[in-house]
Design a protein around this ligand. Structure first.
Ligand SMILES: [Fe+2]
Length: 131
């Protein structure tokens, strides 16, 4: 299937758009591996890599919003904090419960819907701030 990038996700900041696209590439990779039956080793590696990438991306985005005095800067930071908490919980569940289709689907659905919603509701505000 894969995620289709659309102009409506654009934040007007090329670097941030590139990072968002990279996160969607991670999710595509997850989907591909789920079809083949992802191992715990792969999932552990995947969650660590995506977690690191996302943290770096959030920092970058938060700095951009602060710099441009974006009115949603605080809200953005709050939402990032919430996402990371849920992400860490999912990571711990994989460690404790191991890999199951149910847990993988739950994590995949959550990440995809969270990201799309967050980009559409919060990150796109950057467009107006950058001007
Ligand atoms: Fe954001």
């Amino acid at each position: 299937m894969g995620f289709q990038w659309d102009e409506k996700y654009s934040t007007g900041n090329n670097e941030i758009d590139k990072q968002h696209k990279q996160i969607f590439t991670y999710l595509d990779d997850l989907e591909a591996h789920m079809k083949q039956g992802a191992s715990l080793k792969w999932v552990t590696h995947f969650m660590t890599a995506l977690g690191l990438y996302t943290r770096t991306h959030f920092c970058f985005e938060e700095i951009c919003m602060r710099r441009t005095k974006c009115p949603v800067a605080d809200k953005n930071k709050q939402q990032h904090g919430k996402l990371l908490k849920i992400f860490d919980k999912a990571q711990k569940r994989f460690e404790k419960e191991g890999v199951s289709d149910e847990l993988l689907i739950e994590v995949q659905n959550f990440l995809t819907s969270w990201l799309v919603n967050h980009i559409m509701k919060i990150d796109v505000h950057l467009k107006a701030c950058a001007k």
